[in-house]
Design a protein around this ligand. Structure first.
Ligand SMILES: C[S@@+](CC[C@H](N)C(=O)[O-])C[C@H]1O[C@@H](n2cnc3c(N)ncnc32)[C@H](O)[C@@H]1O
Length: 271
């Protein structure tokens, strides 16, 4: 199994920040609603895993207030390294190896990070041990197997289909699961979490919409990795961009599976 580094690790700062901020613009309202549902309140001690450009980390810091704490664990903290918020602590590292104090956190959150984490089992176990009894975990991860063209010109649609296959194979070739989000409920249940709430969104969106633009930016940054799978050509990449920008073209780009789960009282992680 080839365990490659995080696919966006070497992307240009400006383009990647732009892509991450598009993700935040679209997904943050859903994420904030889920985090509020856990009871997030002043004085809470939280972990944000893979904060990216940091909007949820900063929002959490405001919600927990000066008596609360947010620990951000980030493999590549290039967009949050200058954070000066007094109640935010940055751990520069991999969540599967990060040293987090046991039984300490009220809430842990991560979005679109575990699909990129080959050692996700160690990472989930690490979070489980770090949560205090009764603490909450909110995870949001994609499912790329549901990606499909809904409406669009034939040639553009065929290219989008091939790029979707290339995305799947990029993950598979790296030893990662393109539908990782779907596996979350089972993983969390096995680890000993309970009170699971599962949401699964597969939005049908048009060209030019935020999700289409996020995926177009990803294709700009990762195009060479898509081509390296041998499943798509440069022409497919060009047509993918045209499809993603055309408001007459409709597609599902990916699903998002969100799970809210609680660490039971008086439980250690199962091995
Ligand atoms: C796709 S971005 C998502 C950023 C942010 N969570 C969001 O949804 O807006 C994934 C982030 O996770 C970080 N990351 C990837 N693997 C990680 C790991 N094993 N441990 C900690 N951070 C990781 C990346 O550096 C990147 O900032």
């Amino acid at each position: 199994m080839n365990q490659s580094p995080y696919v966006f690790q070497k992307t240009s700062d400006q383009l990647e920040r732009d892509r991450l901020q598009l993700i935040e613009g679209y997904h943050d309202p859903f994420t904030r609603r889920r985090l509020c549902q856990t009871g997030l309140a002043p004085t809470w001690n939280c972990v944000e895993v893979g904060p990216g450009a940091g909007s949820i980390m900063r929002w959490m810091a405001r919600k927990v207030g000066p008596q609360g704490q947010v620990t951000a664990v980030e493999l590549n903290p290039r967009f949050i390294a200058d954070t000066t918020l007094p109640n935010v602590t940055l751990i520069h590292g991999d969540i599967s190896r990060a040293q987090l104090p046991a039984d300490s956190f009220h809430l842990a959150h991560s979005r679109f990070t575990f699909i990129h984490t080959p050692r996700y089992k160690a990472a989930l176990k690490n979070i489980f041990q770090a949560l205090q009894p009764g603490g909450w975990l909110v995870l949001e991860e994609p499912d790329f197997y549901v990606a499909r063209v809904v409406t669009g010109p034939k040639l553009l649609s065929q290219s989008v289909q091939r790029i979707n296959e290339a995305i799947e194979h990029m993950f598979l070739n790296a030893g990662l699961d393109p539908a990782f989000g779907m596996t979350l409920p089972g993983h969390l249940q096995k680890l000993g979490f309970n009170n699971l709430t599962v949401e699964n969104a597969t939005p049908v969106v048009k060209g030019g919409s935020p999700m289409a633009m996020i995926m177009q930016r990803s294709a700009n940054l990762l195009g060479w990795q898509y081509l390296a799978t041998g499943r798509a050509t440069k022409t497919d990449l060009t047509r993918y961009t045209r499809f993603a920008e055309d408001p007459r073209c409709w597609a599902i780009y990916h699903g998002t599976v969100a799970v809210m789960a609680q660490k039971p009282k008086n439980r250690s992680p199962k091995s």
